[in-house]
Design a protein around this ligand. Structure first.
Ligand SMILES: [Zn+2]
Length: 396
């Protein structure tokens, strides 16, 4: 018997109302609401949702056809989080893959250098048991986040092991990660980034560079970045950040954007400031991708909590919903070289996130402890990925 799932009465971010028909995990139909979708009629004895699939009500399932009423919620291609920590063994920067993935509306996560060459194989293996798709940045330090000063000893950057990992896991590794801030590099200053630059050209993989406190000074760091490299934590409010006292972007940032360097949020525990984000918005320095830098601690205790919570902050900043959703769908998919992950198209494997815009007030807190009151927020409702619909059960 075939397995047909109909996502009924949902809308694109542009407001177009559609039904999406999925058969055996693949999109076979996309139709305007009310046109041509045959829904099974409600049986007299009531309806049981498929518990096995985790299909939430309101849904009904008859003869292998499950209909889920989206009740006018939004649908986009599955959200992609470009900066997470998905290796639970490493404390404090680790978490369970599906807790930071599908359970909060994210179908694809990119681990941002939790593991170096020593453990990257274990990370890749653990993702095979998860519902969430996983890619990874390989930490240039072979020990990864086993210690949080992983670049304080240059001997931990093992060229041979980096090359071997990239070779073995070419389907998983999408770039190299270097955390370039004082607590990570110790007395090594800019040296680890210079080594990362060389490894990037040898492996032909872009860099994701974490920025933070000096040394090294930010004006030494940014000029080393090239097209397609990523600056993560670009809205951090630390002393060594990318904006001056007046909130204007530093010249090194303006030049980097002109070279095609990519800006990523990487909210995290300590790296998102409303003040900096407001200045960036004012000067038109928008994010290419919005990511969480989520791990167990900042998921459970804030200020990250979830991807939806981070996205809601950008609504409050005044970014249009279309632009916000593009920052976790099309923009990320393009960077990954996987345009299929950023679209909803007949013939593709269904990879969808269902979400709503709740018109309610809520308090949002940044990494500096500053609070803002919003009167609307984004809430993840469910995902369809790898042939299964999963309801989201986290706070907004
Ligand atoms: Zn991180």
């Amino acid at each position: 018997m075939y397995d047909r799932f109909i996502l009924h009465n949902v809308k694109h971010v542009d407001g177009e109302e559609i039904d999406i028909v999925i058969e055996d995990g693949r999109i076979v139909g996309i139709t305007p609401v009310g046109q041509g979708i045959q829904t099974p009629s409600q049986p007299d004895n009531g309806v049981t949702a498929s518990d096995r699939l985790g299909v939430p009500s309101p849904s009904l399932s008859v003869d292998g056809i499950t209909v889920y009423d989206g009740q006018g919620d939004y649908v986009s291609s599955g959200w992609i989080d470009m900066h997470v920590h998905a290796f639970p063994e490493f404390d404090p920067y680790g978490d369970e893959i599906d807790e930071i993935g599908v359970k909060q509306g994210v179908t694809t996560i990119v681990d941002a250098g939790s593991c170096g060459a020593d453990r990257i194989v274990d990370l890749a293996r653990s993702s095979q048991e998860a519902m969430t798709n996983l890619f990874a940045f390989l930490n240039i330090s072979r020990i990864g986040l086993k210690r949080v000063d992983e670049l304080s000893n240059l001997e931990w950057i093992d060229r041979g092991k980096v090359l071997a990992s990239v070779d073995t896991l070419c389907d998983v590794i999408v770039g190299l990660k270097a955390r370039i801030s004082s607590s990570v590099v110790g007395g090594n200053g800019i040296k680890p980034l210079q080594t990362a630059r060389r490894l990037s050209s040898e492996t032909e993989l872009p860099l994701m560079v974490h920025i933070g406190s000096a040394p090294p000074d930010i004006t030494e760091v940014i000029p080393l970045l090239e097209r397609k490299d990523i600056i993560t934590h670009y809205l951090n409010g630390k002393k060594n950040n990318l904006f001056n006292e007046q909130g204007q972007p530093l010249q090194v940032l303006v030049d980097a954007i002109a070279r095609g360097v990519h800006l990523d949020v990487g909210h995290g525990t300590a790296s998102f400031s409303f003040k900096v984000a407001e200045a960036a918005k004012q000067f038109g320095i928008a994010p290419n991708t919005i990511s969480t830098d989520i791990y167990r601690g900042n998921r459970l205790n804030g200020p990250v909590y979830s991807m939806a919570n981070v996205l809601s902050k950008f609504l409050l900043l005044g970014y249009p919903l279309e632009q916000i959703i593009a920052a976790v769908t099309t923009n990320a998919a393009e960077w990954l070289g996987r345009p299929d992950l950023g679209r909803i198209r007949i013939g593709d494997a269904a990879n969808l996130t269902l979400f709503s815009l709740e018109q309610e007030s809520a308090i949002l807190t940044d990494s500096e402890g500053e609070q803002r009151t919003t009167n609307q927020f984004i809430k993840a409702k469910g995902v369809y990925t790898n042939g299964t619909f999963i309801k989201c059960e986290v706070r907004a």
